[in-house]
Design a protein around this ligand. Structure first.
Ligand SMILES: NC(=O)C1=CN([C@@H]2O[C@H](COP(=O)(O)OP(=O)(O)OC[C@H]3O[C@@H](n4cnc5c(N)ncnc54)[C@H](O)[C@@H]3O)[C@@H](O)[C@H]2O)C=CC1
Ligand SMILES: O=C([O-])CC(=O)C(=O)O
Length: 348
């Protein structure tokens, strides 16, 4: 359905001028979708640019605000020429951040530095924690009711940082804060489809836990369609999913981490949030959210999205012995990353 959404948008914008005229009147008739403003913070970056493009293609968006410390006037001018519904504006520098955020329904945050080979996501904490904290302070001030889609790493810590900032400003609503783990699901689906020789368009794999190394726990025992994979295959698929980010970091050899697949994943997740806000029933995606699924205060699992953000955090379902072991093994690292994020806000 998601691929179909993008396909239909591409189809619309590549039609002949005559067809476009006739389509555009039809488009107005079908576009009774509510007004929705989406803001991208870090919009001039490796993820930010293709993500801004994909959000421009989303017919559920009526206003698209592109913010970065620099470079956004150019990105916005470029993207704004695309003949789709949303009005695009670029904002650069601290003094324009408030205008970028005002009235936002969803704020997507891919602002911050990416990894280089040899680094862990936690190595990004030093720089990204401060960036995320100050952006969340601005969100608390200018659009406290927006859904926040946190992409900046380390997600296992940046989401707790955001929560603490919102709490300290008296605007925390746990239903509105999401760590974007969709890329883990995208990878698990791709790798599983390859191994199972299945049509990737019909593959589903939940991924739970967090978003770093062993904290990423794909549940291949719940994958559909079912395939008779050996224990060795499942182990290899699990490892490849957990190391997916590192695979890209190494292949890019110092030029950053996943940007294009992340933009795709971020666009899928934001689209799910928009559908939830608009009252579409049964929108379910995996995300790192405040949770009681385990004893940890934040955890990624399937989440039902609704008009106020998280409508229901779904349980883990039956786990294989291997997944149960993975779950217990990931808890210490995830706990300490969460605590590190919380402590940062209280000490700074
Ligand atoms: N959640 C996930 O699955 C994934 C997360 N990431 C993370 O996303 C982040 C961004 O990655 P890339 O786009 O490749 O990096 P990039 O360096 O290409 O872009 C980051 C952008 O953020 C901007 N920025 C820095 N400070 C800012 C501030 N205070 N306000 C607004 N913008 C600011 C920079 O100017 C730059 O344009 C990294 O932390 C990376 O680790 C990357 C891939 C997957
Ligand atoms: O690996 C990284 O640093 C970027 C990331 O989170 C991913 O690609 O999953």
């Amino acid at each position: 359905m998601k691929a179909a959404m993008l396909r239909s948008v591409f189809r619309r914008s590549t039609t002949s001028p005559a067809a476009t005229t006739c389509l555009s009147s039809r488009r107005f008739a079908s576009e009774s979708a509510p007004e929705r403003k989406v803001t991208v913070l870090g919009a001039a970056g490796g993820i930010g640019q293709p993500l801004s493009l994909l959000m421009k293609l989303n017919p559920l968006v009526s206003r698209l605000a592109l913010y970065d410390i620099a470079g956004t006037p150019g990105v916005a001018a470029d993207v704004s020429h695309i003949n789709t519904r949303s009005e695009v504006k670029g904002y650069a520098g601290d003094e324009q951040l408030g205008h970028a955020l005002e009235g936002s329904d969803i704020v997507i945050i891919p602002a911050g530095v990416p990894r280089k080979p040899g680094m862990t996501r936690d190595d990004l904490f030093k720089i990204n924690a401060g960036i995320v904290k100050s952006l969340c302070e601005a969100i608390a001030k200018y659009c406290p009711n927006a859904l926040v889609n946190m992409i900046s790493n380390p997600v296992n810590s940046t989401v707790p940082i955001a929560a603490e900032v919102f709490k300290s400003r008296g605007v925390y609503d746990e239903r509105k804060l999401f760590g974007v783990t969709t890329l883990d699901v995208v990878r698990a689906k791709t790798f599983y489809a390859g191994k199972a020789n299945a049509n990737v368009a019909g593959v589903n794999v939940p991924v739970v836990g967090g978003h770093a190394g062993v904290t990423i726990l794909p549940l291949f025992s719940q994958a559909s369609p079912k395939a008779n994979l050996s224990d060795e295959d499942i182990k290899a698929l699990t490892k490849r999913t957990q190391d997916g980010g590192t695979e890209v970091v190494e292949a890019k050899a110092g030029k950053g981490s996943a940007t294009l697949s992340m933009a795709y994943a971020g666009a899928i997740f934001a689209d799910a949030c928009l559908k939830g806000l608009n009252g579409v029933p049964d929108v379910v995606e995996c995300s790192f959210v405040q949770s009681t699924v385990t004893e940890l205060p934040f955890f990624a699992s399937k989440v039902r999205l609704g008009k106020n953000g998280v409508e229901e955090v779904l349980g883990l379902g039956p786990l294989s012995d291997y997944e149960q072991q993975g779950l217990e093994a990931l808890k210490p690292e995830l706990k300490s990353s969460i605590e590190k994020g919380i402590a940062f806000v209280h000490s700074s």
